[in-house]
Design a protein around this ligand. Structure first.
Ligand SMILES: Cc1cc2nc3c(=O)[nH]c(=O)nc-3n(C[C@H](O)[C@H](O)[C@H](O)COP(=O)(O)OP(=O)(O)OC[C@H]3O[C@@H](n4cnc5c(N)ncnc54)[C@H](O)[C@@H]3O)c2cc1C
Length: 386
């Protein structure tokens, strides 16, 4: 059974591992000349790390990670703690896998090291995917055609495969953008920040967490904006722009943003939910299927869950059974991924409430939840796919 996976992001790499484990011969095709990830952080909740353990990569992924004891939610103006939720050993015992904070490059490196190099084709851009009853064909920019029993399009938020399968449809600007930066933790040691902090304010929120064994601080400062912003991991903000956008915030937030120096600006986009991801023997996976706003830190986690479900559905299949197996994969994953998209959007609305009765009620709700249940409300979903 031969599969071509298009795109070696977090979704494509995990799909390659999962399909190999299910006995498939996998070719992973990536347009970039080498495996790369941007300098930014990523949180992995236990629903994702449990899958990585099954794929025998959790130790490699966890080695350079930071493990937060808790997340602290705070108010924007004075940093008063609204509540804290447990994420350390207690969460690991409850959900059967750790909550990890990673440099994206470290995660990518650990996943790519687990895929045999002979299965990978770098510098290979896919320009078309076609199929007939018996097989699918991937056409590359050099005109080469790769035949397969299965094609997995893990080609990210700007997926061309999604267009080839289901017609014109573009990524949608979420009317939020983020300043991003990474800086040495030693440079902010005097601020007494928690290992993972989320500060909530009108039309904005500010997230920071340790990565790379606690050596670096990842900073994401999200703001609402009507001005369309590029979905780019490399666009620079104007010097000092982040300080103007977050003026009036707690001095510790401003100190972090000031010490970060030159920050990057990222326009946050989503994909409209689809009613199906597969057609014949071709399927979408990860952001190509369900890109979401990152306000529950679940985008990559959902891609990792897709990969696990795909491997399960395609175990012990014959070529003729692939379309039906893809139906099973999509039936298992689409409802959860779609509801996670909606929950992430709703989290952004809650985070950005103006000061007033609604924000006060939100804070009271969060504090009450933390009192009754040590874990975040969204953790209810972390055990669901066990
Ligand atoms: C600011 C921000 C913070 C986030 N934080 C978190 C977090 O804390 N936790 C979390 O779980 N998620 C988070 N996410 C979401 C997460 O980053 C994405 O959901 C995840 O990276 C998607 O992975 P993917 O493999 O589907 O796509 P991508 O990582 O985009 O990979 C797609 C790959 O396909 C390749 N490709 C594209 N087209 C072609 C082609 N035609 N031929 C060959 N190759 C091609 C690309 O080069 C790329 O390597 C965050 C997102 C943002 C924007």
């Amino acid at each position: 059974m031969r599969a071509v996976v298009v795109g070696a992001g977090i979704g494509g790499l995990t799909a390659a591992l999962s399909l190999r484990r299910a006995g498939w011969d996998v070719t992973l095709v990536e347009q970039a000349a080498r495996f790369t990830e941007v300098g930014a952080g990523i949180q992995l909740a236990p629903n994702a790390t449990r899958v990585l353990r099954r794929l025998d990569v959790l130790d490699a992924v966890a080695a350079p990670a930071a493990r937060p004891s808790h997340v602290s939610f705070r108010t924007w103006s004075d940093g008063a703690e609204i509540c804290r939720y447990a994420l350390g050993r207690e969460a690991e015992e409850e959900f059967g896998a750790p909550y990890l904070l990673l440099h994206r490059a470290d995660l990518h490196q650990a996943l790519s090291a687990a895929v045999p190099s002979e299965s990978v084709r770098l510098s290979t851009t896919v320009v078309d995917i076609t199929q007939d009853d018996d097989s699918a064909q991937v056409t590359t920019a050099t005109g080469e055609r790769l035949g397969a029993d299965l094609v997995v399009a893990a080609d990210g938020i700007r997926s061309a495969a999604r267009r080839w399968l289901f017609g014109e449809d573009e990524a949608v600007f979420s009317k939020t953008a983020a300043y991003r930066a990474l800086l040495p933790v030693a440079e902010v040691a005097d601020l007494g920040l928690p290992p993972l902090g989320v500060w909530l304010g009108p039309d904005r929120h500010f997230v920071h967490y340790w990565v790379r064994r606690g050596e670096l601080l990842n900073v994401v400062a999200v703001f609402s904006t009507g001005a369309p912003a590029q979905e780019s991991w490399t666009d620079r903000a104007e010097p000092g722009e982040q300080l103007r956008e977050f003026a009036q915030w707690d001095p510790r937030v401003l100190s972090v943003l000031e010490r970060a120096g030159q920050v990057l600006r990222y326009g946050i986009h989503t994909r409209t939910p689809l009613t199906r991801w597969n057609l014949g023997r071709v399927t979408l996976l990860g952001d190509s299927a369900h890109a979401m706003v990152p306000f529950q830190a679940q985008g990559a986690a959902q891609a990792i869950l897709d990969a696990a479900a795909l491997g399960d559905a395609l175990t012990d299949t014959t070529p003729a059974e692939v379309p039906a197996a893809l139906d099973r994969y999509v039936a298992r994953r689409l409802p959860t991924a779609t509801s996670t998209q909606a929950a992430s959007t709703q989290a952004g609305r809650d985070f950005h409430l103006p000061d007033g009765p609604e924000a006060t009620a939100r804070n009271a709700r969060m504090a009450a939840h933390a009192g009754e249940n040590r874990f975040m409300p969204q953790s209810a979903a972390w055990g669901a796919d066990r």
